[in-house]
Design a protein around this ligand. Structure first.
Ligand code: SF4
Length: 309
């Protein structure tokens, strides 16, 4: 089904930009996070379970890369790829590495060296990105996207999820990154304790007003082996959104996002083995269609509530 009239989807955006069907290939580096290594925190964000991420490609194994590309070409019609680093803060190498700048340079160069790779996307935190890493990415001479964790613009909720950074740090990082001409994708979470319909609209205006090109939207999700699991079991977590309520709040956000903001993700999915709640997000395939059906039935179009004066 063609849903491009409902939202500005990343797949359609890539098709327009590259004239090809693009897929991400998840690659692995030896990274850690300032919110885990003791720099700003030791235990990470309350929902963090990096082990629940999708499997990745081993960059040391060329055969692995070729096999995975072949699989995506045959199964999904992929024509080119974006190298994607998503684990921990992917600009922040583990302390086992002596020279982090050389490590990052070699790792990223290797990642984009395949002729079918058209760009690189790196997921990180506002306090884990500086000129050093951005200069290395710039030197690759390829399209660069930085995915930057924001999660919320409510400082109390940022504290509740123990993010270890402020909204100001996020906006400062956006300012720095935008100077390099890289695309910037904000990660956000719906369903945090202080969220209201008005705060969702405020969040959309915040995304619209800056130098942010895209957004990845997640629902608050309880994974096994996280501090959120403990809070949830003790009834100290906010109510986890039902499917209907998530769709409703998502609809508010989408209507208030400008049409040129590219939507990279509409919800989190998690493997059943790692998932506590909400259980409705374990059905990856059917869920996207359900969301679009909801949007259609309720007249939701990206940007339909954005008023320019
Ligand atoms: S910033 Fe990312 S890697 Fe670091 S603790 Fe939070 S969720 Fe985990």
């Amino acid at each position: 089904m063609d849903y491009s009239y409902l939202i500005n989807r990343i797949g359609d955006h890539w098709k327009q930009k590259y004239g090809k069907k693009i897929f991400k290939i998840i690659m692995h580096g030896d990274f850690t996070c300032p919110n885990i290594d003791g720099t700003v925190g030791n235990e990470g964000c309350i929902y963090c379970n990096m082990k629940a991420l999708e499997p990745y490609i081993d960059l040391e194994d060329n055969n692995d890369i070729e096999q995975h590309m072949k699989y995506l070409k045959e199964r999904n019609g992929a024509e080119a790829f974006i190298a994607y680093f998503q684990d921990y803060s992917s600009t922040y190498p583990s302390h086992k590495i002596n020279d982090s700048s050389s490590y990052l340079k070699q790792l990223y160069e290797k990642a984009v060296s395949h002729p079918d790779i058209v760009g690189i996307s790196v997921s990180t935190r506002p306090d884990a990105v500086s000129k050093t890493e951005l200069d290395i990415l710039k030197s690759l001479d390829t399209d660069v996207t930085i995915e930057l964790g924001l999660q919320t613009i409510n400082e109390s909720d940022l504290e509740w999820i123990v993010r270890g950074h402020t909204v100001k740090q996020f906006t400062d990082a956006v300012e720095l990154i935008s100077g390099y001409g890289f695309d910037i994708v904000a990660h956000i979470i719906l369903g945090l304790p202080n969220e209201t319909d008005e705060s969702i609209i405020e969040l959309a205006r915040f995304i619209n007003s800056g130098k942010i090109n895209g957004i990845k939207i997640h629902q608050l999700t309880v994974l096994k082996n996280t501090r959120l699991e403990k809070l949830y079991n003790e009834n100290n977590a906010p109510e986890i959104l039902s499917e209907n309520e998530y769709f409703r709040r998502l609809g508010i956000l989408i209507r208030h996002l400008k049409k040129d903001i590219v939507i990279h993700r509409l919800y989190t999915d998690a493997p059943s083995k790692d998932l506590i709640a909400p259980l409705w997000c374990s059905n990856k395939t059917g869920l996207q269609d359900k969301i679009f059906k909801y949007f259609k039935e309720n007249g939701i179009r990206q940007g339909s509530s954005v008023h320019t004066s």
